[in-house]
Ligand binder design. Structure first.
Ligand code: HEC
Ligand code: HEC
Ligand code: HEC
Ligand code: HEC
Ligand code: HEC
Ligand code: HEC
Ligand code: HEC
Ligand code: HEC
Length: 509
């Protein structure tokens, strides 16, 4: 009933706004007389300029429920002097960033769930990891190349010509937030590599947005920290996260977050956590991607078997769960609400406990309990499948976790022994990271996303193969075959076979 009334209100608001302009798509976006439209007088002033200044933004917003509910530019962008990112803009105090703090004024429940989730903390968690790695993720690459932190790399091409003037004289240069250590023709490699780290790692995890220049009517952000919409962005107003990480502004359409590959797949992809690729190669992906355009993906709290007929990231992880006509779980902004295990860390795995401190940043606590989460997952699957079907899948995954962790633990032990012997190199680190982060972790994730290739060839096969290849070809020559065969018995007998063969054929070392 409540839902129906809500829909009726939206429809009425829609008709009201539609009566202000024709439904013809082209004509629609030419509409510029907003008086009497239910928008605030401030927003009407924004629109008078922005219809020309940023027509894309205005037209996208006109497709949103915000528009139909009188939520305009000013309602989201307004700010005050307590926000370091606020500035004066034609008589209004605004902020370009619209943080979860601002959205929470109208969406308090959603914002709280998100702020309590690990997503919102992923910026802080990676800042902590970066501090431990030496204050700059670029050290990962510097160490590999054997470069010092202060190595200078001039802007120069292969013919020795300087490209610096062509950067400084570029028409974009005056608008860019270039930090002091990059305003030089001879920057350090560390400073440049930080651009990769930020637009890579932090674009997903969340940057600490920093301001390089503040004028009364303008705020210029460091180009290494904005505009990236990471899940755990650390905002100048003190809030964490960015709602636009999943809801690209300004239409804020639910279809964008629900249609699998889009919103979540941007970050949950590539070698270390290929959820997006797995989904595309699963039966769920096949059923979903071929039909989703026929489904009702924009309505609130959509129902399996009524609005949609195959799951996506968003519906499984965050969507409402029904039993018959009754909603037994409301949509949630904690995407781990169906996760029993913590699968995403490359060094370890554990079953979640509510209140348990995050291993990488103990001030962050897990909001929900793994076993309770599994109840939600089971209820989610059994909207479409039988109990046996779902239980076989989930328990099948659980049973594989031990062996994956066992192999990973051996890899860490070997690495520690190389360190003790003083023989550890950056390449060992890469290989161990590859085993932990690019083989064990994705295989654990694959066990719950049902993509056969990622479970076998890119899964357990790759885990075993990478470990054994490293032991045989790289560890045994250094720590000896006796050591290596403690882990893999055939290495020693194979070495003896090789020796016998070489003796028999008089092959010298
Ligand atoms: C007098 C005209 C005018 C008014 C009124 C106006 N703007 Fe703008 N605004 C502009 C122009 C021009 C730009 C620059 C666009 C560009 O860089 O392409 C801009 C830029 C912005 C930016 C981006 C700033 C940046 O540094 O990237 C935001 C956000 C913004 N306006 C929001 C608003 C809001 C909200 C209102 C109403 C409270 C408003 N504007 C009112 C003309 C106006
Ligand atoms: C529901 C809240 C909301 C409303 C309504 C809204 N914005 Fe935004 N706007 C955002 C968010 C979120 C961002 C992204 C900020 C960031 O990068 O963190 C943004 C970014 C922008 C930017 C920079 C975008 C770019 O691509 O350069 C401009 C300009 C802007 N808004 C203007 C407007 C104008 C004009 C209106 C009214 C037509 C408007 N906004 C309405 C939330 C809103
Ligand atoms: C001034 C109040 C207000 C602010 C600020 C606000 N919203 Fe909303 N939002 C609303 C209203 C009202 C609706 C329509 C609710 C409905 O239809 O039930 C809505 C709906 C939505 C929806 C659902 C859209 C759909 O198509 O169903 C999303 C997503 C959303 N808001 C995200 C945001 C985000 C993200 C921010 C901050 C960047 C934000 N909102 C800021 C009032 C606000
Ligand atoms: C991890 C991605 C993600 C982030 C981050 C995110 N959302 Fe959402 N949001 C979703 C998904 C997915 C849905 C649809 C859930 C469903 O299927 O019903 C949704 C639905 C909504 C809705 C409409 C339904 C409801 O539950 O009321 C609103 C409003 C909303 N989001 C606002 C926000 C705001 C505000 C923020 C930031 C505080 C935010 N979202 C951050 C993914 C996200
Ligand atoms: C902007 C990048 C980004 C987007 C978009 C994104 N995520 Fe994440 N997600 C992350 C990062 C980074 C982490 C790792 C957080 C950590 O452990 O530090 C994460 C963690 C998670 C976790 C584990 C959280 C926990 O409690 O341990 C789940 C589940 C998840 N995401 C699901 C989703 C789903 C579903 C969507 C889409 C609706 C989504 N994510 C969209 C970046 C993103
Ligand atoms: C494409 C987006 C993306 C990029 C780029 C990325 N990550 Fe992640 N990272 C994620 C996601 C998503 C997860 C969570 C995986 C999961 O929970 O399944 C994650 C997990 C992690 C974790 C484990 C989370 C925890 O709770 O401790 C660490 C540490 C981490 N990433 C560090 C990094 C570093 C360092 C870089 C750059 C060198 C990086 N990431 C680059 C998306 C990304
Ligand atoms: C059929 C439902 C379903 C779909 C579709 C689905 N997932 Fe999952 N996902 C799960 C379940 C169930 C788990 C947790 C298993 C456990 O721990 O018990 C999980 C685990 C995860 C995790 C691990 C979180 C952690 O660190 O513990 C991430 C991240 C994730 N999924 C992201 C995604 C993304 C991104 C997509 C879309 C590309 C997606 N999932 C599609 C059901 C689904
Ligand atoms: C919205 C409905 C829906 C939900 C929710 C759902 N599935 Fe499915 N699932 C399907 C459809 C449709 C198929 C493909 C057709 C079929 O095999 O029935 C499928 C297929 C599968 C398959 C593929 C079997 C094969 O032949 O390879 C597995 C495994 C599976 N689902 C497990 C799960 C698990 C586990 C969950 C919960 C975490 C879940 N599903 C949630 C609809 C759903």
């Amino acid at each position: 009933m409540r839902k129906l009334m809500k829909l009726a209100t939206v429809a009425a608001a829609g008709m009201l706004s539609l009566s202000l302009y024709t439904t013809n798509a082209a004509a629609k976006y030419e509409f510029t007389n907003y008086s009497g439209s239910g928008l605030s007088s401030q927003t009407v002033q924004c629109l008078q300029c922005h219809q020309k200044a940023t027509p894309f933004v205005v037209n996208d917003w006109k497709r949103s429920k915000h528009f139909y509910n009188g939520v305009g530019c000013y309602e989201c962008h307004k700010s005050d002097a307590t926000n370091p990112a606020a500035y004066e803009h034609y008589g209004f105090t605004i902020s370009t960033l619209v943080t979860p703090k601002q959205c929470s004024t109208c969406h308090p429940k959603v914002a709280k769930e998100y702020m309590d989730s690990i997503h919102a903390h992923s910026g802080l968690i990676s800042q902590e990891a970066e501090a431990k790695a030496g204050g700059n993720f670029s050290v990962i690459v510097l160490k590999m190349l054997g470069w010092s932190k202060n190595k200078i790399i001039p802007h120069q091409n292969s013919y020795g010509q300087s490209t610096w003037q062509d950067i400084v004289n570029d028409p974009c240069w005056p608008y860019a937030g270039v930090p002091a250590n990059l305003r030089t023709p001879r920057p350090t490699a560390a400073a440049v590599i930080k651009i990769f780290a930020n637009w890579g790692c932090y674009s997903c995890h969340g940057t600490k947005v920093s301001i390089v220049k503040k004028l009364p009517d303008k705020v210029v952000f460091d180009l290494r920290t904005w505009p990236m919409t990471g899940a755990g962005t650390i905002n100048p107003d003190g809030s964490l996260g960015n709602c636009a990480a999943c809801h690209p502004f300004h239409s804020f359409r639910l279809k964008i977050v629900r249609v699998g590959r889009g919103a979540c797949g941007r970050c949950h992809e590539s070698e270390d956590h290929p959820n997006y690729e797995m989904f595309g190669k699963s039966m769920h992906g096949a059923a979903f991607l071929s039909q989703c355009n026929e489904w009702n993906m924009d309505a609130p709290a959509i129902k399996a078997g009524v609005d949609y007929f195959a799951p996506t990231c968003a519906t499984c992880h965050m969507g409402a769960v029904y039993k018959g006509d009754k909603m037994i779980y409301a949509p949630t902004h904690n995407p781990a609400a169906i996760c029993k295990w913590k699968l995403g860390m490359w060094k370890l795995i554990f079953v979640r406990k509510a209140g348990k401190p995050h291993p990488a940043l103990p001030s962050v606590k897990y909001p929900t309990d793994g076993i309770k989460n599994r109840e939600r997952a089971f209820a989610m699957c059994t909207q479409c499948h039988t109990k046996q079907w779902a239980a076989n899948c989930l328990i099948g995954g659980d049973l594989t976790m031990g062996v994956l962790d066992y192999i990973r633990k051996m890899a860490f032990q070997v690495e520690r022994d190389l360190e003790k012997a003083g023989l550890h190199t950056p390449l060992d680190r890469k290989i161990v990271r590859d085993i932990g982060a690019m083989a064990v972790r994705p295989t654990e994730i694959a066990m719950f996303h049902y993509a056969p290739g990622y479970i076998w060839w890119d899964g357990i096969y790759k885990v075993a193969f990478e470990f054994v290849e490293w032991l045989e070809t790289s560890v045994a020559p250094r720590l000896g075959v006796d050591y290596a065969s403690k882990y893999v018995s055939w290495i020693k007998s194979y070495e003896e076979k090789v020796k016998r063969y070489r003796r028999r054929h008089h092959i010298e070392d």
